[in-house]
Design a protein around this ligand. Structure first.
Ligand SMILES: *Cc1c(COP(=O)(O)O)cnc(C)c1O
Length: 417
C-alpha cells in the first residue's frame, strides 16, 4: 500500500474508494505485487539452468489469480483434487501441475493421475499401492529431512513427529519398493514448513535431499518446497531470498554436474508470492473505551481472517480513513461471539466509527481460511490490475448460506403446526 497526497493506494487505486465501491469487508489484491515477487524469485535463482516455480495455490485459489501465475510462466502446486481442477480451469497444462496431497485416499490419487498431473507421494503404503496400480506413471516422492525450520509449531512440518513425507531414514525401504515394482521416480521433494529464518538451516535440509538423490538414477527434478518468510512489519524477519538463491544455486549446479544431468530445480511458494499483495479492508462499527483499553470493533472477525487467532500472526493495521489523525492505542477486535482479536495495543491514527481499517499481508491464507461462522457472509474479493479494480468474487448472500441446506418437509410441517 502506498501513501501519496494524503491517501492510501493499492496498486495505484484509492483504497477508500475500493471500500466504498465494493463495500466492506473486502479483500483487495494487487496483481503488480504478485508479479514483482515472482520476478524476484526467478531472479534470485537465476544461476540455475532449469528453474520452475510452482505457485502453492492453497494460499489463494481465485481463478483470476491462478491465471496471473500461469501467464507469468509459473506451474502450480496443489494439495487436493479440487485445486487440480481449478488449475486446469485456469488453463494450466496438466504437466505443469504437481499434486502433493497428504493422507488422501488412493482413489483421489487415481483421480489426479487420470487428469494427467504430476504426482507427489508422501507415504510408503500409498507408494506401494500406487505402484502396483500404475507402474508406468512416473512419480515424485516427498521426503522428510527432519529439519526443524522456524519457530511456529503449528506450521513447521519437517520435524521428526511430523505426519508429512517419508522419513529420510526410510529411503532404503523406498528403494526396495521402487525396485520390486519397477517404479520410475522422476522427482524428490521436501517442504519443511513455513518459517525459514535462516538460509543455513534450509541448506542443511537441501544437503540431506541431495544426498538421497544420488540413489535415484531417473530424476528429472528436485523440489525444495517452500517456507519462505515474508515481513509482517517494518524491519520484520524475512527470508533473504537473494542470499539463499546465490548459495543454493551454486550448490545445485555443483550437484547436477556430479549427477551428470541438468535437473530442474523447483520451489513451491505460496505466501512469498501472494501474502504482501493482499489487504483486508474492514469498517469500524464501534469505538468502545473501557477502564483499561480502547477497543475498535470492526465488521469482521475470525470468520474472515483467522490467522491472528490461529497462529498468533501479526497483520499490520492502518486506519486509512484518518491518516492525519492523532495516534492512539487500540485493541482491534471483531464482531464474532468468541474472542477474536486482530491486534493488541496497536498505534493507529484516531479511529472514529465508520473508519476503514486495512489489515496487511492478507493475500495468503486469509480468504481461503474464511468460514460462515456466526452465519456471516464471506466477503468479496477485488483484484487491482493495471491500475483498475475488478470484482473477482462477489460477497455471499442469504441464498449462498441456504444453497446447500436441504429443508425437510416433515420438520417444516411440524414447525407450522
Ligand atoms: C502450504 C504448502 C506450501 C506453501 O507454503 P508457504 O509457506 O505458503 O510458501 C508449499 N508446499 C506444500 C506441500 C504446502 O503444503
Amino acid at each position: 500500500m502506498e501513501f501519496s497526497q494524503g491517501r492510501y493506494q493499492i496498486g495505484g487505486v484509492d483504497a477508500l474508494q475500493i471500500a466504498e465501491r465494493f463495500g466492506a469487508p473486502v479483500y483487495v489484491y494487487d496483481a503488480a505485487t504478485m508479479k514483482r515477487q515472482y520476478a524476484r524469485m526467478t531472479k534470485a535463482f537465476g544461476k540455475v539452468k532449469r528453474l520452475r516455480i510452482n505457485y502453492a495455490c492453497k494460499a489463494l485459489t481465485n481463478v483470476n489469480v491462478l491465471r496471473i501465475f500461469r501467464e507469468l510462466g509459473s506451474g502450480l502446486d496443489t494439495v487436493s483434487v479440487q485445486e487440480v481442477e481449478l488449475g486446469l480451469l485456469a488453463g494450466f497444462d496438466p504437466h505443469d501441475i504437481l499434486y502433493t496431497p497428504n493422507c488422501v485416499s488412493l482413489e483421489e490419487v487415481t483421480e489426479a493421475v487420470e487428469k494427467g498431473v504430476r504426482i507427489n507421494i508422501d507415504n510408503i503404503e500409498i507408494l506401494e499401492q500406487f505402484g502396483a496400480k500404475h507402474p508406468e506413471v512416473p512419480v515424485c516422492i516427498r521426503l522428510n529431512p527432519h529439519i526443524m525450520a522456524g519457530g511456529n509449531s503449528k506450521i513447521s512440518v519437517g520435524h521428526i513427529d511430523s505426519k508429512f513425507g517419508i522419513s529420510i531414514h526410510q529411503v532404503p525401504h523406498v528403494l526396495k519398493v521402487v525396485a520390486a515394482l519397477g517404479l520410475k521416480i522422476e522427482g524428490l521433494h521436501m517442504h519443511t514448513g513455513s518459517d525459514i529464518y535462516d538460509a543455513e538451516v534450509f541448506l542443511r535440509a537441501v544437503e540431506i535431499l541431495l544426498n538421497a538423490a544420488g540413489d535415484f538414477p531417473d530424476l528429472d527434478y528436485l523440489d525444495f518446497g517452500s517456507g519462505f518468510k515474508v515481513p509482517y512489519k517494518d524491519g520484520g524477519i524475512a527470508t533473504d531470498i537473494e542470499d539463499l538463491g546465490d548459495r543454493l544455486g551454486d550448490r545445485f549446479n555443483e550437484f547436477c554436474a556430479e549427477y551428470g544431468r541438468d535437473l530442474e530445480l523447483m520451489f513451491e511458494p505460496g505466501k512469498f508470492l501472494v501474502s504482501e499483495a493482499g489487504f483486508f479492508l474492514v469498517r469500524t462499527n464501534v469505538v468502545k473505551t473501557t477502564t483499561a483499553s480502547v477497543f475498535a470493533g470492526v465488521d469482521s472477525g475470525l470468520n474472515h481472517l483467522i490467522r491472528p487467532m490461529f497462529y498468533d500472526a501479526y497483520h499490520h493495521i492502518t486506519n486509512i480513513s484518518n491518516p492525519e489523525g492523532k495516534p492512539r492505542i487500540y485493541n482491534v477486535v471483531g464482531y464474532i461471539c468468541e474472542t477474536d482479536t486482530f491486534g493488541v495495543n496497536r498505534r493507529l491514527s484516531e479511529v472514529r466509527e465508520g473508519d476503514i481499517l486495512s489489515m496487511a499481508n492478507a493475500g495468503a491464507y486469509s480468504f481461503m481460511m474464511a468460514s460462515n461462522y456466526n452465519s456471516r457472509f464471506r466477503p468479496a474479493e477485488v483484484l487491482v490490475l493495471d491500475g483498475e479494480a475488478h470484482l473477482i468474487r462477489r460477497r455471499e448472500t442469504m441464498e449462498d448460506l441456504l444453497g446447500t441446506q436441504v429443508q425437510l418437509d416433515a420438520l417444516r410441517r411440524e414447525a407450522v403446526v
